[in-house]
Design a protein around this ligand. Structure first.
Ligand code: F6P
Length: 747
């Protein structure tokens, strides 16, 4: 616009000048009278002199001189009585002194005359000016001007003005077009820049750069829309096995998933009678993933660790489960004692486990364990590659046993969608650096498409560790890590249990459970019953729990003889000194408390150190007045959620360590610091005294939460993300392969 103005200002000024010149030319006709006066005045003296001497020859010569001006056609001198004294040759009779008498003043007094007239030869202007000698009038000078020159000049000026206007109009048009084009281009480029937000519309580099500037915003909007679509979209039903199957169908086209986890969901064990029995391992991972696999089908690859496992598999080391349903397969991988010692007991459980849990147990890192860890990861990665159906399968890698496997799988299946879920906490970067193979672990995990944790805090710790120990580019906005041109997303997916919970549904009513459990424990019906259910692991805070029970009995004497705490402790990792030592300490502690506060048949602490199958666990949970989950550090803790699932009678109080991931969700619990025995004992006493209505209120709130945020949602969100990543992979593969159909792709 400014350019346009800059061009138009001189143009308008030029046109103004032309108009002024034209105006001046037109006014000259009106100024002829003035010119006549000027000529008369200039020749006054000579005229008076020649009239005084009567020298007609000189007078005529003077008149001829005056007439030399091209614009003066004729000149005459008249006597005061308007008689011609002298005139130039060819002076027109119509304007002779005598002829002008009739136009002079009627009183006979000669005066000035000025008029224009049309003649056959053109327009003329006639002017009669008096000739004075002092005050005496000596005659008049008549000047006949030819106005033809004015007409000619007017015509020429008209032509010039017309030409100038034509030129100006042409110039203006050209300028307008040029300026408009320039302006239009910059405007449309702006529009293009805005429109370039629509992907693929303007596929030039410049547009892409503009698009990038908006990407964080777009990304947020897209993510929000996706989440809304996932949560509330086509499927508004609560998360369930059925909805998960629907997600699988919609996002993964029904392809079965492959799970890699150290622990198998079903172990086959030889019983004392030699018969084979099925055991459900005590494992949060199994609790969560088994219902997911029932819903999704596919293959679960795990260490075959049951004593009868080999006897139950086919030639490809596979067995279909669950017994009686056979909806998915377990692929068992066999480990030598040396491999199991180095990979499972050594690096995984004496190294990584204490490294990731802030439970004051020193991690042990041995090079020989690391060798086995690498080797076994390779063996499991190979098993995964054998089990997958196509070039871009969806693989769910589970837990700290397999930090290296994602990268190893990726080497063979570059287009696989690998989601690795880390079931335990991720320590801060400084602590993680204790591990001598910290880079290898991070690099292995970054072979995944997504690395998942229970909480955002653990995601942040992971990203900080990558930042500190690896060469990579971190996009904190997207929460992802770029390495070697590949992106690995880091996401939180809080794990949960199935809902409706199949074990809770199968358990007897609360009163029945209570009666049977109290009978088993040899307790009277009015006993206050507390329950703990864990693997026998130092991270679970079982010692602190029993100490809190002891402190409760110290502080609240009315509970002595009435309060019993039953601890179900499944032996775990019993080859390790730490675990054996814990077992011994717990036994000693329970004995001490029972000695201090027991009397007759009353024993305040019942320590049941044996594996329990889920029906027994749920019977205890349903019978209890309180459940105390006192982990010193726990990624989530699913026992807390199982207690909530077990209490459809809306009774019972959950006392929960604030160091569990579950404490962020189960706000209806009494949240405690398990190290603080005063607080923990007060919470136990409060729970036992809690009004049933308050119990129901708290329990109802927690049940609602677990019902909605159940394990199908956990798995569903991961599978939706997996499906999206796989779809993107297929699209970009199609583009790079020139739109050739991709093997294994159904769309
Ligand atoms: O808590 C992490 C975890 O892997 C759980 O998923 C599981 O309950 C447990 O540890 C595994 O224990 P185990 O060594 O018996 O497999």
């Amino acid at each position: 616009m400014r350019t346009l103005l800059r061009a138009w200002i001189p143009l308008l000024a030029g046109l103004g000048l032309i108009a002024w010149v034209a105006t001046v030319a037109v006014n000259e006709a009106r100024d002829v009278a003035l010119r006549a006066r000027v000529v008369a005045a200039g020749s006054q003296q000579a005229l008076v002199g020649h009239l005084g001497t009567g020298d007609r020859r000189r007078l005529s010569a003077l008149l001829e001189d005056l007439a030399r001006d091209g614009r003066i056609a004729a000149v005459a001198v008249c006597s005061p009585a308007l008689v011609t004294v002298a005139n130039t040759k060819g002076f027109p009779d119509a304007y002779s002194c005598e002829a002008l008498r009739s136009r002079a003043a009627p009183d006979g007094v000669q005066s000035e005359l000025d008029f224009a007239d049309e003649t056959p030869d053109g327009r003329v202007h006639v002017s009669m000016q008096p000739i004075h000698d002092e005050d005496e009038m000596r005659g008049s000078l008549v000047l006949v001007h030819d106005l033809g020159f004015v007409s000619r000049r007017e015509l020429a000026m008209r032509h010039f003005t017309l030409a100038a206007f034509g030129f100006a109009a042409l110039l203006a048009s050209v300028l307008t077009v040029v300026v408009r084009r320039a302006w239009w281009r910059s405007w449309t480029e702006e529009l293009r820049r805005i429109l370039s937000l629509a992907p693929g519309l303007w596929p030039d580099g410049r547009a892409r750069r503009s698009r990038n500037a908006f990407q964080p915003l777009l990304k947020d909007v897209r993510r929000l829309v996706d989440e809304l679509a996932t949560e509330r979209g086509a499927n508004v039903a609560p998360w369930s096995a059925q909805r998960l199957r629907h997600v699988l169908q919609e996002h993964l086209h029904g392809d079965g998933v492959v799970i890699l986890a150290n622990r198998e969901p079903y172990m086959h064990e030889h019983g004392p009678d030699g018969a084979v029995r099925v055991v459900h391992p005590a494992s949060g991972l199994v609790t969560a993933l088994e219902p997911v696999m029932r819903a999704c089908s596919g293959t679960w690859i795990a260490h075959g660790s049951g004593s009868a496992d080999r006897a139950m598999v086919d030639r490809r080391d596979r067995v279909r489960v669950p017994p009686g349903e056979e909806s998915y397969a377990i692929r068992r991988v066999w480990l030598t004692p040396e491999e199991e010692r180095g990979y499972y007991y050594g690096f995984s459980n004496e190294g990584l486990w204490p490294l990731c849990h802030a439970a004051h147990t020193r991690p042990e890192f041995r090079a020989s364990d690391w060798v086995q860890y690498e080797l076994v990861n390779r063996r499991f990665a190979d098993a995964v590659c054998e089990e997958v159906a196509g070039p871009d399968p969806v693989i769910l890698v589970q837990d700290y046993h397999f930090a290296l496997a994602p990268r190893m799988i990726r080497e063979h299946l570059p287009r696989a969608t690998i989601i690795t879920f880390w079931h335990i906490p991720w320590p801060n970067a400084e602590r993680f650096g204790i591990c001598p193979w910290e880079r290898d672990l991070l690099d292995g995990l970054l072979g995944s498409s997504i690395v998942g944790f229970h909480t955002q805090q653990h995601c942040n710790n992971f990203i900080e560790s990558v930042d500190r120990y690896l060469e990579s580019r971190i996009d904190r906005e997207r929460q992802s890590v770029f390495q070697g041109g590949r992106e690995c997303l880091v996401r939180s997916y809080p794990i949960s249990i199935d809902w409706p919970n199949r074990w809770a549904q199968a358990a007897p009513p609360a009163a029945e459970c209570r009666a049977s459990v109290l009978a088993e424990l040899g307790c009277p019906a009015d006993t206050y019953l507390g329950v703990g259910v864990d693997r026998l692991d130092y991270t679970k805070g079982i010692e602190e729990r029993l100490l809190a029970v002891e402190r409760t009995l110290e502080r609240f004497p009315h509970l002595r003889g009435r309060f019993v705490f039953a601890q179900l402790a499944a032996p775990s990792r019993t080859l390790l000194d730490n675990y054996r030592a814990l077992n011994e300490r717990l036994e000693a502690l329970a004995s001490r408390i029972n000695e201090r506060f027991g009397s007759g048949s009353y024993r305040p602490v019942v320590l049941i150190r044996a594996h329990q199958e889920p029906p027994t666990v749920f019977r205890f949970l349903r019978a209890a007045d309180l459940c105390y989950v006192s982990s010193l550090h726990d990624g989530m803790n699913l026992v807390a959620k199982e207690f909530v699932a077990a209490r459809e009678d809306e009774r019972g109080v959950l006392v929960l360590s604030r160091f569990t991931g579950a404490a962020r969700e189960l706000t209806g619990a009494l949240i405690v610091n398990p190290y603080d025995l005063e607080q923990a004992s007060a919470a136990i006493a409060t729970a036992l005294a809690m009004d049933p209505r308050e119990q129901a209120e708290r329990m109802r709130a927690m049940r609602q939460l677990v019902a909605e945020f159940n394990v199908y949602r956990w798995a569903g969100r991961m599978l939706v993300d997996a499906g999206r990543i796989r779809q993107q992979g297929r699209l970009s593969a199609r583009l790079t392969m020139g739109l050739r159909p991709i093997e294994g792709a159904r769309h």
